[in-house]
Write a protein that binds this ligand. Structure first.
Ligand code: NAP
Length: 257
């Protein structure tokens, strides 16, 4: 654990827990929060990358930064990790779940363990984290859980249906969780990015045209502030996915998507 100055009552910075803090999208989002003077607790599995991100956020104005190294696939550790993070922040305003893997679709088509790994990291681990976090927030009747799903979860397609189905499960879980906790004063934000320029998409065909991570981050910060339910980002993915979801299956199954 690595701490800087403690948050004070007078500054009343927002207390934000970031899971998967070394993700390109999370890093860009944290840069905005740091410049606003937020208190941040960062969790990632790569200690070296995590230290670099934390150091950068301190220089950008975060009023408090603490970190924990954890492999989020290890769901048994979640309760201790989350309790420790909230204790360190002395509360919780926002939890931001950003970790995830694209996985190897071709391999997953032949090998169940590869498929199961994608489902575990992108679906099971978030379900474990969100179950604990939602119950914590319900008890206090406050808090926002902002979670990165994907447009890929809106409809399964042959080129990435393992990743897509993990995100579809996550999106459905978030919808149900929102329906349960909204009346308890807890906000659930489902974030559905289209392709974004990060390490996850580096080297993909056409990646130079993917969305800029800083503008995606800006939209995420605004959606959290506005207590939105769902954010398609960039916004044009909302009508695009509306059309894609409504293509009749007899046509869709013949497409190369
Ligand atoms: N980029 C896109 O086009 C796009 C589009 C839609 C949705 N998303 C979603 O956006 C989120 C962020 O992705 P990104 O684009 O920012 O990609 P990224 O830079 O590759 O970030 C993914 C992060 O997840 C972390 N991670 C993976 N498995 C983990 C585990 N078991 N424990 C802890 N950390 C783990 C990775 O850690 P390591 O660095 O240690 O591997 C990495 O920091 C993901 O959920 C992704 O599915 C991305």
């Amino acid at each position: 654990m690595n701490q800087t100055a403690s948050p004070t009552q007078s500054q009343a910075p927002r207390k934000i827990l970031v899971l998967g803090a070394t993700s390109g999208i999370a890093e860009a989002t944290c840069r905005i929060w740091a410049s606003q003077g937020a208190s941040l607790f960062l969790v990632a599995r790569n200690a070296e990358k995590l230290d670099a991100v934390a150091a950068d956020l301190r220089t950008r104005g975060a009023s408090y930064v603490d970190t924990a190294v954890a492999d989020l696939d290890d769901t048994d550790q979640h309760p201790t990790l989350l309790a420790h993070a909230i204790n360190s922040l002395t509360g919780l305003d926002v939890a931001f779940l950003a970790h995830g893997i694209l996985g190897d679709q071709t391999r997953a088509e032949q090998d169940f363990n590869t498929a199961a790994q994608i489902l575990h990291t992108n679906f099971m681990a978030p379900v474990s984290l969100l179950t604990w976090l939602a119950n914590f927030c319900v008890q206090r009747r406050a808090g926002t859980l902002a979670v990165i799903s994907s447009v890929a979860g809106d409809r399964g397609r042959k080129s990435n249906y393992l990743y897509g189905s993990s995100k579809a499960g996550l999106s459905a879980f978030l919808g149900g969780l929102r329906n349960r906790v909204d009346r308890e004063g807890v906000t659930i934000l489902s974030i559905k990015p289209g392709p974004v320029k990060t390490a996850m998409t580096a080297g993909m065909k056409g990646s130079e045209k993917f969305a800029n991570v800083d503008s995606v981050a800006k939209s995420i910060v605004s959606a959290i502030e506005a207590k939105k339910d769902t954010l398609y980002v960039p916004f044009q993915w909302q009508p695009i996915m509306f059309v894609i979801r409504n293509i009749p299956e007899r046509i869709f199954k013949k497409l190369n998507l």
